[in-house]
Design a protein around this ligand. Structure first.
Ligand SMILES: *Cc1c(COP(=O)(O)O)cnc(C)c1O
Ligand code: SF4
Length: 334
């Protein structure tokens, strides 16, 4: 029998890359030639909030460097299990601000839709690590209730797709949601908050860009990168695609000890982002969530870093330093 000719090589789909993410902390360390770091892994922390990181993001980590700023963002360490007073389960008051299934409204004019609970990468510092977003109905039975809440409130002029990561939904699902929102006359803008263009840039495929370009509103696309090393050619290409589809691209970062808490690291982040067409938006002070205390940069130091950054960079490259305070009418500038 003549064997069938091999199929032409297809690049893996973003879904395949998503599913192929590294989930075993020890495997991650061995990929990075860091087996000696294994004693610092906390299996308990990993059981509560599992490791998850796509291979493409791992490829941007430096081999043999236990202090790599990308590695630190994803590796479950024993520090997470240390008790830290003042670090709670719901530090930002999300549970109280929920107005209905999958909708969080804290600020005037803006409704945040929790499109889905899942993320392609699990960031150890994330304020959502304890929030049961996976239980949200928004992804499960459509968004009817969320969309109806937005429709019923003429004071809402901007919908923010967030999560989790909204781009973890398949493009037809996103299209279903925006088609439902398109019938609401008081909506003037759409905002998308996603870390996927950075951690899994393959997600930004032709279908996604087609959807983005066809949206009936001006779009703000807020990515999330904390360190210049998170950018590479594949991220640049994804961001060029998003801008090409007409969206304004902004970055928000979290100030993290051991990741980006130096003027050099913050300046590099702004400059590297701008080279990819991204303007800095916010630099967040860490939300005081259980298991994240070792990432905290104390407020005086945060202010000093921010002032030094402002003294060094063009004004438009300086993000606003903010903290989220439950009950405030917006992010609080520091
Ligand atoms: C951060 C946030 C927003 C957006 O705030 P901006 O200052 O406009 O970026 C909106 N809704 C919720 C619930 C938020 O947490
Ligand atoms: S991608 Fe965003 S929401 Fe998801 S774990 Fe990271 S910081 Fe949290």
């Amino acid at each position: 029998m003549i064997p069938a000719p091999p199929l032409p090589m297809q690049p893996p789909s973003w879904q395949q890359l998503w599913r192929g993410a590294v989930r075993d902390p020890r495997e991650l360390l061995s990929l990075l030639d860091l087996p000696g770091l294994a004693w610092r892994i906390s299996d308990e922390a990993a059981a509560r909030f599992p490791l998850r990181v796509p291979h493409g993001f791992v490829a941007r980590m430096r081999k043999g460097d236990p202090a790599d700023p990308l590695l630190r963002q994803v590796l479950p360490l024993d520090e997470e299990m240390r008790p830290a007073p003042g670090f709670d389960l719901d530090a930002v008051g999300d549970a109280a601000a929920k107005t209905g299934a999958g909708v969080i409204q804290k600020y005037r004019g803006r409704a945040l839709l929790v499109a889905t609970g899942s993320c392609a990468v699990h960031c150890r510092y994330c304020f959502r690590r304890h929030f049961p977003y996976a239980d949200e109905t928004a992804a499960r039975d459509g968004w009817h209730e969320a969309v109806e809440l937005v429709r019923a409130d003429a004071g809402i002029d901007e919908v923010i797709l967030s999560g989790g990561d909204p781009l973890s939904l398949a493009t037809p699902k996103l299209a279903e949601l925006t088609a439902a929102l398109a019938g609401i006359p008081h909506l003037k803008r759409l905002r998308i908050h996603s870390r996927l263009p950075v951690v899994l840039p393959e997600r930004v495929d032709a279908a996604l860009l087609g959807w983005l370009a066809a949206l009936p509103w001006p779009v703000a696309f807020v990515i999330h990168a904390n360190h210049a090393n998170e950018f590479d050619a594949s991220v640049d290409a994804a961001l060029a695609g998003i801008r090409g589809a007409g969206a304004q691209v902004l970055n928000q970062a979290v100030l993290l000890r051991g990741v980006n808490d130096s003027v050099d690291a913050l300046a590099d982040l702004s400059e590297r982002g701008f080279a990819a067409g991204v303007l800095p938006y916010y630099l967040h002070q860490l939300d005081r969530v259980q298991g994240t205390a070792h990432f905290e940069v104390e407020e005086d130091r945060a202010r000093a870093l921010h002032a030094a950054l402002a003294a060094r960079l063009s004004g438009y490259l300086v993000p606003k330093l903010v903290r989220e305070v439950p009950g405030d009418s917006g992010k609080r500038p520091l």
